[in-house]
Write a protein that binds this ligand. Structure first.
Ligand code: AAL
Length: 428
């Protein structure tokens, strides 16, 4: 009797254990309610698998995710918005002796630009694009919002020196105590044969100048038939792995009669001396999304903001080697032509801290007839040293007017006018 009772108890216990085991197994096959720390060993969808590849599983905890908030800059006059004064493509701000410095493309022409597609009509007085007939100007600020324009830093040289037609889209490098400005140097009105221009460099001992010309075509065009055969735009230097890494942009797959098929990619050129020679990375283009370049040291690698163009537009990406980028987050309303204040951009850090603010531009400040650009400030939390939950919210609430501004009727109103209506655009 005693034995029978023992055996029955043992059997009941065994059965209950088995049941428990079954329940546990079944439960573990379903994705849990509490966010798992580790990737569970259960069948998962592609999206769930990918979630474990991000630096944080919740986007709100992702150091490479942020909202962007915008502020108008004070101190810049735009001639009542008549299209004759434009400022665009700011460099990253640098902080020297308590003052922020920026450089940018400034156009001050008698008339507004006539547009990319009418470049043949451009003269010494009439600019084709917003960045035609420009010089590199600079401004200073103590708070990043109110700026004092200081004057030209680098002006167009006389014809036929490279850049005689226009200088545009500068960015700055600090290397061994000297300052280097890289910028696009045009020898013809932009739009004539695309946006044809290579990069020139000038250097100075102080951000105030004077600037000495240091070379032209420092990042040479690719050979005929190569993706960067006729443009090296948006030079954007950082110091990484003890060397100067310049990211640059080229639009490819476009010809004067076939601009709509264009694609944009970024290349990387590396040098040990700011004046070159720059060697192009064998895996170029290193980035197939994004328009203007924006790269910054982040942790032990390099991160980038890829905006406007490409399948992976509006993403932030990260790469350990500065050349092989993966998506880190998808963002809303990212800054156009972002130029963040990155204190460790040139320190050769292997622990990049990110940034919390910068400058950007809006190219549609005017109308298509009086087109000009303005610069603005953005704030965000892409910094490892700053945590502001407001920037990590996922909802971005535009007023209904913003959506209605985007009406089908206004689809081709872009001031840079690169897109054409299809022959048959009527809807059935
Ligand atoms: C910009 C940049 C380059 C282009 C033009 C002026 O935003 O991509 O600089 O050449 O547009």
């Amino acid at each position: 009797m005693k034995y029978t009772l023992l055996i029955v108890t043992a059997l009941i216990l065994l059965a209950s254990c088995q049941n428990k085991e079954q329940t546990t197994t079944v439960e573990n096959k379903v994705f849990p309610f509490a966010m798992p720390e580790e990737k569970p060993n259960i069948p998962m969808s592609a999206s769930t698998e990918r979630m474990f590849e991000y630096e944080a599983k919740r986007v709100q905890d992702n150091e490479l995710f942020s909202q962007f908030k915008y502020t108008r800059l004070q101190g810049f006059d735009y001639n009542n918005g008549d299209g004759t004064v434009s400022r665009r493509d700011p460099s990253r701000p640098i902080l020297v002796d308590g003052k922020y410095y920026i450089w940018y493309t400034k156009r001050h022409t008698q008339v507004p630009p006539i547009g990319y597609s009418r470049a043949k009509e451009a003269t010494d007085i009439i600019p084709s694009t917003d960045w035609d007939l420009c010089d590199i100007w600079y401004a200073t600020s103590t708070d990043g919002i109110t700026w004092e324009e200081q004057g030209a830093a680098v002006e167009r040289p006389e014809k036929p020196k490279s850049g005689w037609r226009s200088l545009a889209t500068p960015d700055i490098l600090i290397w061994k105590g000297k300052y280097y400005l890289y910028y696009q140097a045009f020898d013809e009105p932009s739009g004539l044969r695309g946006d044809l221009c290579p990069v020139s460099v000038s250097y100075a001992d102080s951000p105030e100048g004077p600037w000495t010309h240091g070379g032209d075509a420092v990042i040479p065009f690719g050979k005929e038939g190569e993706w960067d055969q006729n443009a090296t735009h948006d030079p954007h230097p950082i110091v990484f792995n003890g060397k100067i890494y310049i990211y640059y942009k080229a639009a490819y797959n476009k010809w004067p009669d076939n601009r709509d098929k264009y694609a944009v990619a970024h290349g990387l050129a590396i040098a040990e001396d700011p004046l070159g020679p720059f060697e192009k990375h064998p895996q170029n283009p290193v980035m197939q999304s994004g328009h203007e370049t924006c790269y910054f040291p982040f942790r032990d690698g390099v991160a980038t903001l890829a905006i406007k163009d490409g399948n992976e537009r509006e993403t932030i990406q990260f790469s350990k080697d500065g050349a092989n980028f993966e998506i880190a987050s998808v963002v809303t309303l990212p800054p156009t032509a972002a130029a963040p204040f990155v204190p460790d951009a040139f320190t050769n850090t292997s622990d990049g801290r990110g940034f919390t603010w910068g400058l950007c531009h809006f190219v549609n400040a005017g109308t298509p007839e009086k087109s000009y650009s303005i610069m603005a400030r953005f704030d965000c939390d892409l910094s490892l040293d700053y945590d502001e939950s407001g920037y990590k919210q996922t909802g971005v609430w535009f007023s209904p007017d913003i959506y209605f501004e985007q009406s089908p009727e206004k689809m081709y109103d872009h001031p840079e006018g690169r897109y054409k209506k299809s022959a048959d655009s009527s809807k059935q």
